[in-house]
Ligand binder design. Sequence first.
Ligand code: SAM
Length: 130
Amino acid sequence: MSNEAQKDFWNGPAGDVWVEAQGYMDQILAPLSELATTHAASQANERAIDVGCGCGATTFAFADSGCAVWGVDISEPMLAKAKERAKEQGIENVAFSVTDAASQDYTPDHDIVFSRFGVMFFDDPKAAFH
Ligand SMILES: C[S@@+](CC[C@H](N)C(=O)[O-])C[C@H]1O[C@@H](n2cnc3c(N)ncnc32)[C@H](O)[C@@H]1O
């Protein structure tokens, strides 16, 4: 098993803090996200993965272009917030799952793999990115 300490961390106090601070975090990180998501230039017929999607801000940014977005994260409270926001806003081209991004076997049918500060927590980064 890998990333166990991170799973505990993001399902414990850190996850709660990020859920609580979601509006604030999204506000201060918005300039960065806008640059990155604009550069990625997703299209309506594409599929994207948002790694460590947290409460979903960047997942929703990609969804705005019409592409199908899969948000993966190990934090159940943050994913619950992301799902709640998608429901409230009627966003249907997103899916969220509790997934350890570092050990997931990805299929080659995705066009974009994106992350806003979600890929630096892996126990074994070399294996994760292999
Ligand atoms: C700093 S937060 C950023 C959250 C979100 N990307 C944002 O910018 O609001 C890091 C996120 O990475 C997630 N994460 C850490 N390790 C992960 C892993 N192995 N697989 C998937 N998500 C992971 C955490 O649960 C957390 O949601």
